[in-house]
Design a protein around this ligand. Structure first.
Ligand code: IPE
Ligand code: IPE
Ligand code: MG
Length: 252
């Protein structure tokens, strides 16, 4: 079972994070700095995704989760939103076969009902096509919000357990959008802001947080390695003391 809970049991730790979750931020500022329209930053951002997916596959990361469009990003100007949707459609058209050939499973999570029918059908088809691949699972969070996720999980949990009054983590967790993945070991946010912006609120309970000023379009394999190197320096205690960890190491 991949999705053990960090609050219910201490997870096993590996040198390469099993699951990396990223907020891909800074596309607009990358473009503005170059006197280009913001959209140019988004176009370049898609290229960076390609590089990071490949780098994660090569490094043996099992799950890569990317925040592509938040439930609050609808607040942006309409032309930027529609450009982002077009880029999403284009990327699916161009990349899914390549991902499939590289044994990558694609998942898209979020409230997909707000997307147009064609995009929803493309997403369903891409997920069907790649569902048996296990080398790397790439999850795109689209119209995703951490609060939406918890609420939709509560709703499904109540439907599955009518009359439930004292829910447990075990009853809720299977209904969360990322129930198929372990909790992220490493969270990375590019673009300099140090906030969660309604990303994985439940799942980041014990993730190591890494923030970099690098804008997303410039985030490459080398930058990823810096983040993983920082991750390796961390002592993941999950509530225990350093002394307990040392004892455990000696015993093993
Ligand atoms: C991230 O880059 C991409 C999306 C949110 C879709 P931004 O567009 O937020 O770039 P900045 O933060 O304005 O530089
Ligand atoms: C977070 O970035 C969402 C994505 C990267 C998809 P934002 O640029 O929307 O976040 P805020 O508004 O700076 O918090
Ligand atoms: Mg931003």
């Amino acid at each position: 079972m991949t999705s053990s809970s960090s609050t219910q049991a201490v997870p096993e730790i590996f040198a390469v994070p099993r699951h990396i979750a990223m907020i891909m931020d800074g596309n607009g500022r990358w473009a503005t700095k170059r006197y280009l329209p913001r959209v140019a930053g988004h176009v370049q951002g898609v290229k960076a995704v390609r590089g990071i997916v490949e780098a994660c596959a090569v490094r043996g990361v099992e799950f890569l989760t990317l925040f592509a469009f938040s439930s609050e990003n609808w607040r942006r100007p309409a032309d930027e939103v529609s450009l982002l949707m077009r880029l999403f459609v284009n990327a699916l058209e161009r990349e899914v076969d390549k991902m499939h050939a590289n044994e990558i499973r694609l998942k898209v999570v979020g409230d997909l009902s707000r997307f147009d029918a064609k995009l929803q059908e493309m997403i369903a088809e891409a997920q069907r096509k790649t569902e048996d691949n296990r080398r790397l699972t790439v999850t795109i969070c689209a119209n995703y919000g951490g609060r939406w996720d918890i609420l939709q999980a509560v709703e499904k949990m109540l439907a599955a357990n009518p009359g439930l009054v004292a829910p447990t983590e075990e009853q809720l967790a299977p209904h969360l959008a990322l129930a198929y993945a372990p909790e992220p070991d490493l969270f990375i946010r590019t673009g300099g802001e140090e906030r969660i912006s309604n990303f994985l609120l439940w799942q980041l309970a014990y993730s190591e947080l890494y923030f970099t000023d690098t804008y997303w379009p410039d985030f490459d394999a080398e930058a990823l390695d810096l983040a993983i190197a920082s991750y390796r320096q961390r002592e993941r205690r999950f509530g225990r003391t350093s002394e307990q960890l040392l004892e455990q190491k000696k015993a093993s």
